[in-house]
Design a protein around this ligand. Structure first.
Ligand SMILES: CC(C)(COP(=O)(O)OP(=O)(O)OC[C@H]1O[C@@H](n2cnc3c(N)ncnc32)[C@H](O)[C@@H]1OP(=O)(O)O)[C@@H](O)C(=O)NCCC(=O)NCCS
Length: 132
């Protein structure tokens, strides 16, 4: 039995897969949000859609592109939207776009980062699993 409904395994559009508040503990020495924290959120956001497509757990195998376009501030509402760019035999390439909303003001929303990441679906032996 599939772990995910069929419509989730064939996503046609981008999905909001992670939404999180940027906290003071996630800052770098300049006081802005640490890029590594954002990369972690993006990796999680992409993996969620990849798991739906693979109908299995996944491993991140490559980050092809990661652009930080604007700084993220403490208190920003960070939203990660993921969409499938390419389905291979065992791999799924996902584009993740990150938006930040400042001061709880919807008029301040802007894109702060974009990334392209490949995940591989894994079987019970942690080997690549064919995507159905
Ligand atoms: C994921 C893993 C099991 C794949 O094993 P592998 O022996 O490399 O498997 P393959 O060579 O058959 O590649 C599997 C798929 O990944 C793709 N792939 C592998 N390396 C890639 C890369 N650098 N870029 C894009 N795709 C890649 C292959 O093209 C293949 O895709 P396809 O089946 O859709 O054609 C293995 O590489 C691994 O365990 N990596 C570590 C994963 C990990 O720990 N991630 C977290 C890091 S913190």
């Amino acid at each position: 039995m599939s772990k995910y409904p069929i419509e989730e395994r064939n996503p046609g559009e981008r999905q909001l897969t992670v939404r999180v508040l940027a906290m003071p503990a996630d800052t770098n020495p300049s006081g802005h949000i640490f890029g590594g924290w954002l990369m972690s959120q993006v990796d999680i956001a992409g993996s969620i859609i990849a798991m739906q497509v693979a109908d299995a757990r996944v491993a991140t195998v490559a980050v092809h592109d990661f652009q930080f376009e604007k700084p993220v501030h403490v208190g920003d509402l960070v939203s990660c939207y993921a969409e499938v760019e390419r389905k291979g035999n065992t791999s799924i390439r996902v584009k993740v776009e990150v938006y930040a909303e400042r001061d709880r003001n919807p008029h301040t929303v802007g894109r702060v980062a974009v990334a392209s990441i490949t995940y591989v679906g894994l079987d019970e032996n942690s080997r690549p699993k064919l995507i159905k």
